[in-house]
Write a protein that binds this ligand. Structure first.
Ligand code: ATP
Ligand code: MG
Length: 334
């Protein structure tokens, strides 16, 4: 699908804003704080269901009572979302719903300047990053993740409460073992798929013969949920003392390796950028392979962060996608 236009009402600093999109590349130019990222945020809400950076109360224009966004695809379908301070309502071709229905989601690859520092970010930022990618690859991953997070929250609350029993914890252990094992298995598989392309794509960007690999690091050692359950059970006293769950996939990490060494510390700034660029290309490619849909590419202010050869790679790689770019400086001639 191709976006024809996006309209914003009382959304962040925009009272009323409208953008007609090109089938290929659209450029949103504006000074810092003019509301460029907000336009991408609105597109993201109407394609993925929720913002990539905030909750709805933070988004309503200060001093107003509601926001409304409207996205039209070139096939004539119109999607709107309205939030009145309490309830968010999606209206898709006369059908109302509280969430964006799965069948109405459309894949998006978002590229933000902070992604360029992924290699040196905290493990939790890396987990969030890959969770977002994997959830888009596979709806089942998304479901397992939501259920895992909910169970983990309940178990941790119980560990801190006064009326805890080993029996009460057991039911949460079962759910954590089940969904945790699912996530472990998916993460292993997806990272393997990414790795099988990473070095080749990296070399095509950086034009050298470095080796790149992502190591999926987990305390979980096997895809056997009984083993997972046994560890949770045997950690009962320890977790009770700590007041949280010390074992599980919520502690996973992804380590980038550059010629066999941790990239954080050995790869240069430019090399790190090429690795992330390669990762974005693979993400878009795998989305297309798995969902048979060309993702919409949202490039938030990344052009100014890249040198000329990497900009060229970016443009060339996404020439068959609809691309929406924000920038502070005019990049048309670059
Ligand atoms: N709820 C809100 N109500 C009104 N204004 C808001 C709200 N939330 C954010 N803003 C303001 O809206 C403006 C637009 O933010 P946005 O992040 O979209 O800008 P931007 O053009 O991407 O800026 P930059 O170039 O710095 O990334 C900012 O000045 C921000 O402070
Ligand atoms: Mg911005």
């Amino acid at each position: 699908m191709i976006i024809k236009s996006i309209k914003l009402f009382n959304f962040r600093n925009h009272t009323e804003y409208s953008l007609d999109c090109q089938d290929e590349t659209s450029l949103i130019l504006g000074e810092n704080g003019s509301g460029k990222t907000s336009v991408l945020e609105a597109i993201y809400i109407l394609t993925r269901g929720k913002s990539f950076r905030a909750t709805d109360p933070e988004i309503i224009k200060r001093g107003t009572e509601y926001y409304r966004i409207e996205l039209e695809y070139t096939n004539g379908e119109i999607y709107t979302a309205t939030y009145d301070g309490v309830t968010k309502t999606f209206l898709i071709m006369d059908k109302k719903s509280r969430r964006l229905p799965k069948k109405n989601k459309y894949p998006v690859v978002l590229f933000q300047p902070s992604d360029l520092n992924l290699i040196s970010h905290s493990p939790s930022r890396r987990r969030d990053y890959f969770d977002r990618i994997f959830s888009q690859f596979d709806e089942k991953y998304n479901e397992s993740l939501l259920k895992y997070e909910k169970s983990l929250k309940q178990r941790n609350e119980l560990l801190k409460s006064d009326n805890i029993t080993k029996e009460a914890i057991f039911s949460w252990n079962i759910l954590l073992a089940k969904y945790g094992t699912d996530l472990f298995t998916y993460r292993q598989k997806f990272i393997q798929e990414i790795n099988s392309r990473l070095t080749d794509i990296y070399r095509s960007i950086a034009e050298n013969d470095d080796e790149i690999e992502i190591i999926y690091k987990s305390d979980v050692a096997s895809s056997n949920d009984n083993q997972y359950l046994n560890i949770l059970e045997s950690n009962y006293q320890k977790d009770l003392y700590l007041g949280h769950t010390s074992f599980g996939v919520h502690r996973d990490d992804y380590i980038f390796k550059f010629n066999g060494k941790p990239a954080d510390g050995s790869a240069s700034r430019g090399e790190s950028r090429s690795i992330i660029l390669a990762l974005k290309f693979i993400e878009a490619d795998l989305v297309y392979q798995k969902l048979s849909k060309k993702p919409i590419i949202l490039l938030d202010d990344v052009f100014s962060e890249l040198d000329e050869s990497r900009r060229k790679c970016l443009v060339k790689n996404f020439k068959d996608n609809q691309v929406i770019i924000t920038s502070v400086e005019d990049i048309k001639d670059k």
